[in-house]
Design a protein around this ligand. Structure first.
Ligand code: ARG
Length: 464
């Protein structure tokens, strides 16, 4: 195919150079955004008198038909085209002749691609936001079912203090709320138009950049033409936001993998979200959770790709920047898949409340409460801590626990113990007396759930 720039060149491009240079295989997914950007640009050129109103109309009309033809498969994307921008322009010119050649007035592919990727990422950010809201809702539903499901909370993966399954999973809801808020901030910085930056030094035509931004529903325009064409911060930020989402999903996956072991046996995944083994008939493997954990590394890799790709680039556009797309697309595709599957996986898993309670009963996770009991009776905390420690050692030696000791046994450790100690070390009471804001008590957890549900409702409505 003849190149757009063959007037300046005396030789055709080496065929391998053509392939090496080409980005159509991956940037064709931005065809809608490319056309929307061109429609806005042509409309503005017409309104500003840079091309005639009838030319603008003709271009816009043809572009909309091209968009529809690509969508419906009538117009297959030519894999020989260099990129989606060249492809659309070529089709346009083939279809409407010389008028099509006027579209690229006052524009460069550099500001065009910068606009396209912003428009494309805006759509994807909103889709990821929707998936995150569904995930938060699924967590909230699990929490509602498990407000009284007492279980051990861990530090160092050692049983530490009693919490509930509701409180446990709501910790993850908070992470995903932060992720959602982060996406919203990235969306804001993504939603400005670089069009009019030209190749790097803007243009001499009397264009109206703000009109283009407004036509595209963007919040404003970039402030410096050289920054406008060479800024990919928004793309890196989005990849980072996805990396954090994946990190949160990966931690949650790790817990689920542990909880599915016979050793923990806190949850059971639905058969539809588990896999078997080709040799061991008894196996039921949490592959989905493992793949989510595994793909997290891949998304971090995409982040490293875009950060590293940008670090040595002088102003303004350089072809290195074409490498941004495959990385961010890979991060988007994999993160979306992971969020969706993970949500369905946890929504269908069974929580084994009896196993949670059994684990809560065995690990002296009420030893702090026992010490606090003595503090309430007047003992300084450090002394109470020692008494409780000696009691635990005694229990271990006699294979018993704090709930089962007789009052006489208690009294040999401190005269301050009385019958009410059983209320103090009762696991449900241990949880429900932690009334502090943000704690695991029923009252606090119900409040957490209410805030989360309100959040999901508000953000869902904003996104509609
Ligand atoms: N395919 C290119 C990219 O993705 C489009 C911009 C090309 N600009 C240029 N001066 N070669 O970055």
């Amino acid at each position: 195919m003849a190149k757009m720039w063959d007037a300046r060149f005396s030789k055709a491009e080496n065929s391998r150079v053509n392939d090496f240079n080409s980005s159509i295989s991956f940037d064709s997914r931005m065809f809608r955004e490319d056309i929307d950007g061109s429609v806005a640009h042509a409309t503005m050129l017409g309104k500003c008198g840079i091309i005639s109103a009838s030319e603008a109309e003709k271009i816009v009309e043809a572009l909309l038909i091209i968009k529809n033809d690509i969508e419906t498969g009538v117009l297959p994307i030519d894999p020989e085209a260099e990129d989606i921008h060249m492809f659309v322009e070529e089709v346009l010119t083939n279809r409407i002749g010389d008028t099509g050649k006027r579209l690229h007035t006052a524009r460069s592919r550099n500001d065009q691609v910068a606009l396209d990727i912003r428009l494309y990422l805006r759509r994807e950010i909103k889709e990821v936001e929707d998936l995150i809201l569904k995930l938060i809702s699924a967590i909230s539903s699990i929490a509602k079912e498990n407000i009284d499901s007492v279980m051990p909370g861990y530090t160092h993966l050692q049983r530490a203090q009693p919490v509930t399954f509701a409180h446990y999973v709501l910790a993850y809801a908070q992470m995903f709320i932060r992720d959602y808020n982060r996406l919203t901030q990235v969306l804001e910085r993504t939603s400005v138009s670089p069009l009019g930056s030209g190749a790097l030094a803007s243009t001499t035509y009397p264009i109206d950049r703000h009109m283009v931004a407004e036509l595209l529903g963007l919040n404003g325009v970039t402030e410096n033409s050289m920054d406008g064409v060479s800024d990919r911060d928004f793309l890196i930020e989005f990849t980072f936001a996805l990396s954090l989402i994946m990190m949160h999903l990966s931690r949650f996956s790790e817990e689920i993998i542990l909880w599915c072991t016979s050793e923990f046996s806190f949850v059971e995944l639905d058969d539809a979200f588990s896999t078997g083994s080709s040799i061991m008939p008894q196996k039921k493997n949490p592959d989905i959770a493992e793949l989510v954990r595994g793909k997290t590394g891949r998304v971090y890799g995409d982040l490293t790709t875009v950060l590293t790709m940008m670090k040595g680039i002088p102003l303004a556009y350089n072809k290195d920047m074409q490498e941004d797309k495959e990385a961010v697309f890979d991060a988007i595709d994999n993160s979306k898949l992971c969020i969706e599957l993970f949500t369905s996986m946890i929504a269908t898993m069974t929580v084994k409340k009896d196993r949670l309670r059994k684990a809560a009963s065995g690990g002296f996770i009420n030893a702090t409460d026992c010490a606090d009991y003595l503090v309430k009776k007047g003992l300084p905390f450090r002394d109470a801590y020692r008494v409780s420690g000696r009691l635990v050692a005694y229990c271990i030696e006699h294979s018993t626990d704090l709930e089962s000791l007789t009052i006489d046994e208690y009294k040999t450790f401190s005269p301050l113990f009385d019958d009410d100690v059983y209320t103090a070390v009762n696991l449900d009471n241990c949880v429900n007396t932690r009334l502090v804001y943000g704690g695991p008590s029923r009252r606090s957890v119900e409040h957490q759930i209410k805030l989360i549900d309100n959040y999901v409702e508000l953000k869902g409505a904003e996104n509609d």
